[in-house]
Every structure is written in C-alpha cells, then in structure tokens.
Design a protein around this ligand. Sequence first.
Ligand code: FE2
Ligand code: FE2
Length: 238
Amino acid sequence: MALWAIGDFHLSFGVDKPMDRFGRVWKNHEKKIKKNFKKYVWENDVTVITGDHSWGHNLAECALDLRFIEALPGRKILLRGNHDMFWDAKKTAKLNEQFAGRLEFLQNNFFAYKDYALVGTKGYCYEGKDSYEHFLKIRDREMKRLQLSFDAATAAGYSKFILFLHYPPTSIGEQSSPFTEIAEWYGVEQVVYSHCHGRDRFDDSFKGEVNGIMYRLVSADYTNFKPVALTSETWEDI
Ligand SMILES: [Fe+2]
Ligand SMILES: [Fe+2]
C-alpha cells in the first residue's frame, strides 16, 4: 500500500479547453496520466491529487473529468485547487457523501494512511494578482481551514502528519510562512504542493529538505505526469 501524490491534471473532457496551448508537454496529457497510473499505482495504493482537477465550472461540467480520475487505479484523495469551481469548501461533506467509495475530498477533515494523518488545504501565496490585504485575508482563511484539518487528526489520536497544499508553501523569496511554521510546529514529515507550471515557476518555493521537513513539488507538468512516491516502501508490501 504505497502513497503517491500528483497535482494539476487540468482536465477538460466536459468543456472546450485544450491544454496543449500551454506548451507541448501538455499534449495528450490525460493519456500520459492514465498510462503512468496504470504502470505505477496499484489498486491498494493511495494517491493524493493536489488540486486543479478540472476546467469545468460546476459539477455537471466536471462530471467526465471526475469520472476519469475515479477510473484511475487505487484510492484517490482530492485537494482543492484555485481552479476547482465545482467544489464549495463549505459543502465538502456533501461531496464526500455523493462520491463515497469512489473519490475522497480533503478539506476541514483528514484521511489516514497507515499511522499518518493526511492533512491539507488549498493554501495561498502572494503572486501579485491581488492586493496584499486581500492576500492576507485569504491566507488567514486557509490557515484556519488547515488548523481544522490538524485538529481533526490530533483529536483522532494521530501524531504523524503529511501536509498537502495546492499553492506553494511560501511566496517567492520567503524563507518561511504561516504554512511552514505550522508544519514545523506539528513535526510534519513532508509538505507536498503543486500549482506551479512551467520551468520558470518550478523554483518558486521550497524543494527538498528545509528545517527537517521534505518539501515536494508534484505539479503534473513538473513530474512529466507521473505520480510521485511519498513513501519508501513503494514496492515491498504489495
Ligand atoms: Fe494548475
Ligand atoms: Fe493552481
């Protein structure tokens, strides 16, 4: 039972939004995703998919995209990205009911993987697209949501954590943020994020070990559409 992560499928089976306009790497990207999942991920594995699942604006427009994700091997836990308009954070419990046994939605809750709690939220970093005051407001809201995820996990007795964010944990140039601080406070082992696309953005935030935490960027175009193994026992206990 291995643990994998990948983010930003940006599927568009239900709407007209071909991804190859964003570069050759995105040509037939859904075929690469399917092929890599079939090659690497087993039915009893767990994959956390870190947001930006679909270009659809609502559940109806996302239905084919979510069905595509559902059909990939193993258990799939989804995180919210900035483009996931189908997912109202306040209605996550309803999504979990609706997709029970097919997909799981990580927001204000946690999921267990062995003795780890998988916690997470969308996160936020400053990209110069909004006012700094607005950025602080959104970041604060995301921190509250993340705290709810940690609270649920600790209340259930978990003390080992892997943290998933959609946005990078820091804004460009920052050496710490409320997200890295809370990760250090809880002794999180890994922080996994995506959102960054294209070579110019892959170094926006931490990659590798910082203050004892392993930071991993798993944007699909960064990993060449292959899920990233988060655990070392990937093959041994299948
Ligand atoms: Fe994205
Ligand atoms: Fe994104």
